[in-house]
Design a protein around this ligand. Structure first.
Ligand SMILES: [Zn+2]
Length: 283
């Protein structure tokens, strides 16, 4: 499932392909549920003739700013992918939305599992203002982050996955950041020592930056796996705990464990990621 580094890679790829400044000539929708909240016909009518002024990322959303005050907010969810191609390139049945651009290229939204969404709106704040700060927000200092963490008494991993707390993290980078900071995924957020909570934000930034520089993480080979610009992400080789149950911890050699936190598979080192003693009932 695409997280911040994968979404940022998609944005970077579309930008470097020069999509900003291009105009949507026409659009075709083959799976109506992908577009919201308008009907397919209304959606097409609204987007045709609009110029793409800029494209950026907010949390896991791709934000296209169109001219005349309109926006397209894309959430890739499980398997959404954008591909930019020549109009004659053969299309496949998993393309849900196709934008024909004035530059005579096509921007195709490919989505095998069909959970992805493209929202047309004039008020992007109705969606984006519900998100917590971006991990790279310069106003989010480690001290502010630690104080926000301490305002909650939740399992730290569940808190980090909550997009209204922090926008952009998903399962993979969350596990990697918790490992790097030495925080147990089940730790009560209120009991994390301030210096460790501050360190956690720095490690979140480090693993996300690494993910971006590796163009994201693709776990499998099939077409449901993340690709951007026709390329798989290379970050899998940099993962230290995610998906590695039973393998030796890269720091201490203890076998890595897998548990479920907030219904998500979570990988950690039982030695390097300890929980606070305040909560352990036996001591
Ligand atoms: Zn370890």
């Amino acid at each position: 499932m695409p997280e911040l580094p994968e979404v940022q890679t998609v944005v970077n790829d579309l930008r470097s392909a020069g999509i900003e400044g291009d105009t949507i000539h026409s659009a075709a929708i083959t799976w109506e549920n992908t577009v919201r909240p308008l009907s397919a016909a209304q959606f097409v009518k609204e987007v045709c003739g609009r110029r793409i002024e800029s494209i950026r990322r907010r949390g896991k959303y791709i934000v296209f700013s169109l001219d005349r005050g309109a926006y397209l907010l894309t959430h890739l969810r499980m398997t959404g992918q954008y591909e930019l191609c020549a109009p004659k390139q053969e299309t496949d049945p998993h393309v849900r939305v196709e934008f024909k651009l004035d530059s005579d290229r096509q921007l195709r939204f490919h989505d095998t599992r069909k959970f992805g969404r493209i929202i047309f709106t004039r008020r992007p704040g109705e969606v984006l203002d519900k998100l917590g700060p971006d991990p790279f927000d310069p106003n989010l200092t480690p001290v502010k982050f630690a104080s926000a963490v301490h305002k909650h008494a939740r399992q730290i991993k569940a808190l980090l996955l909550d997009q209204s707390f922090l926008a952009g993290l998903g399962n993979i980078y969350c596990d990697e950041a918790l490992f790097a900071a030495g925080v147990h995924p089940l730790e009560n957020s209120r009991l994390i020592e301030p210096y460790k909570a501050e360190e956690l934000l720095l490690q979140i930034r480090t693993v996300l930056r690494q993910g971006i520089s590796n163009r994201g993480t693709s776990l499998g080979e099939g077409e449901t796996n993340y690709v951007s610009g026709g390329k798989r992400g290379e970050n899998r080789k940099a993962l230290r705990v995610y998906g590695l149950k039973g393998r030796p911890c890269p720091r201490c050699g203890t076998a890595l464990e897998k548990i479920y936190v907030a219904q998500r598979a979570s990988y950690f080192c039982p030695c390097c990621q300890t929980r606070s003693h305040h909560e352990s009932s036996s001591k």
